[in-house]
Ligand binder design. Sequence first.
Ligand code: NAG
Ligand code: NAG
Length: 394
Amino acid sequence: MAVKLVLLLVFLSAVGSGGVSISRHIKRLNKPAVKSIKSPDGDVIDCVHISLQPAFDHPFLKDHTIQMIPSFHPDGLYDVNKVSSESISQLWHANGRCPENTVPIRRTKREDVLRASSVKRFGRKKQLNLKHPMSAEPDLVNQSGHQHAIAYVEGGKYYGTKATINVWNPQIQQHNEFSLSQLWILGGTFGQDLNSIEAGWQVSPDLYGDNNTRLFTYWTSDAYQATGCYNLFCSGFIQISSEIAMGASISPISNSGGSQYDISLLVWKDPKEGHWWLQFGDKYVLGYWPSFLFSYLADSASMIEWGGEVVNSDAGGQHTTTQMGSGLFPEDGFGKASYFRNIQVVDESNNLKPPKGMGTFTEQSNCYDVQIGISGDWGHYFYYGGPGRNPNCP
Ligand SMILES: *[C@@H]1O[C@H](CO)[C@@H](O)[C@H](O)[C@H]1NC(C)=O
Ligand SMILES: *[C@@H]1O[C@H](CO)[C@@H](O)[C@H](O)[C@H]1NC(C)=O
């Protein structure tokens, strides 16, 4: 009896402290809002005064003067607006906009944190089961269960990239899997001290509680271990845009054989301040990652990747049916397969240039594949993706 009582007390106190810590965590993430906007997808977007955003919880940013415009902007080769694609925005815009001097932040709900394996892991990448980096192909970690279909460049010094990414809503087999399409700006070594800046779209039921396609960013300076997070879930990224919310649903989405929608992302390093800036489309400079967050990327990137990644949890010993891209293979082409187009990198003279010596990589091309090409309007481009499980990918 006594033993049972002690166990019960231990249990109750564990539950109690968990509850307090979740509340405290949510309070830390959700800053006081000047205005809140309810999005049709159920999200609440809080318009938070720019100086109260999560970045400024960071001790190094206590006296930081927010930079409202980049001191330098690389020039592109393409006028992406000339290439037919329809305008794209965020679902919450249907119900309002944030005032000047505020930044839109997707409110974190209690359920969001409860879905994470622990309060500490919320908004971070899952602790990876690190295997040896593969020797031959790009310096990728063979993360157990993660599958990629990507294009990459390595071996130079890179100061940014721009790409236009087709937007789809791939099906996810189960909640602990995800499907994303993104760019990676990388320095350091996989599995150890990797510095990474990532941006794109993702479908992640565990992170967001639904199957919507959402804009996201990620950063780490220690190979996904202790530093970094998605979106504004930790201090790091300094947002300046009052228009675009990280983690918000993108709308509209491409449909097979119908209208195609895409988003342009540009990430570049400001040669003066050293910050890494992020721009969405031609109009929206979203903000920047201060240089001090990084070691290798404080100087330059040594590799850039573009493409898709899914988690295959191999449930029941079968390959997942979680789709990558549109869920169709590259050979299906425009209107069916997902693409990245007008891919460029920022070189040492801070100009956007076509990538030199682009390679491709996929763990299992029968599940998800990638095919690169070059054309007049689209410059360097590729189609990528696939259905996951199929007769050739059991
Ligand atoms: C997401 O999609 C899966 C099937 O692909 C479905 O089982 C699940 O209920 C969906 N989740 C939500 C939150 O809508
Ligand atoms: C990745 O790891 C898995 C399981 O450990 C292995 O079966 C597979 O061959 C590896 N893939 C590559 C490309 O090394």
